[in-house]
Ligand binder design. Structure first.
Ligand SMILES: CC(C)(COP(=O)(O)OP(=O)(O)OC[C@H]1O[C@@H](n2cnc3c(N)ncnc32)[C@H](O)[C@@H]1OP(=O)(O)O)[C@@H](O)C(=O)NCCC(=O)NCCS
Length: 163
């Protein structure tokens, strides 16, 4: 069976953390082990979805209350199955339906994710120091991206329109 995306449930935490551990080891996401907790996955989140393959939770994506796309990963042994794209499809449709502009930060070593965002038309808006990854440095550099809702493509969204 193919990848199924559904809304996240409280009972998904254990499966998600099992999938996330090798992502931390291989991709440095999250960068520090201390964040391999359900708090990291669930706190401050507006909405979230999981990807399932053959009944197993293999991916996750969330939108934080400030409309940042966050907590996005696919299990290392489920890459290339289309799960990452399927999760982004759902979040982008959700944002379009609500008219939301999404933003995200991606640490510079997560190059596959950057390629995926660019490929899908997200706009690279700048570079920042990723001070959110730990209380004390050294902190890696990160890139910021933005995605306007489809109806504002090629037009000026209200928030940045000059009077
Ligand atoms: C980003 C991530 C979720 C993508 O998962 P995935 O399983 O590869 O996703 P998909 O199978 O849907 O592939 C999506 C697309 O990205 C492309 N892609 C995957 N890895 C790539 C890479 N290293 N370089 C360039 N493109 C890549 C695929 O070819 C595919 O393109 P297509 O739709 O044209 O075929 C996964 O790499 C991941 O979990 N990375 C670590 C965590 C991370 O960096 N999260 C982002 C935090 S902001």
């Amino acid at each position: 069976m193919g990848v199924l995306v559904r809304r996240r449930a409280a009972g998904d935490a254990a499966g998600l953390l099992a999938a996330l551990e090798p992502v931390h080891e291989q991709d440095g996401y999250p960068l520090h082990r201390v964040h391999l907790t359900s708090h990291w996955l669930y706190d401050g989140i507006e909405d979230a979805w999981v990807a399932e393959l053959d009944g197993r939770v293999i991916g996750h994506i969330a939108v934080a209350k400030d409309l940042q796309l966050t907590r996005f990963f696919v299990a290392t042994d489920a890459r290339g199955t289309g799960a990452g794209s399927a999760l982004l499809d759902v979040v982008e449709s959700w944002a379009d339906a609500l008219g939301h502009t999404l933003t995200l930060d991606v640490v510079e070593h997560n190059t596959a994710a950057q390629a995926l965002y660019r490929h899908r038309g997200w706009e690279h808006t700048g570079n920042v120091v990723a001070t959110w990854v730990s209380e004390t440095g050294p902190w890696p550099d990160a890139l910021t991206f933005r995605r306007l809702p489809t109806r504002w493509r090629g037009r000026t969204p209200p928030a940045s329109r000059s009077r």
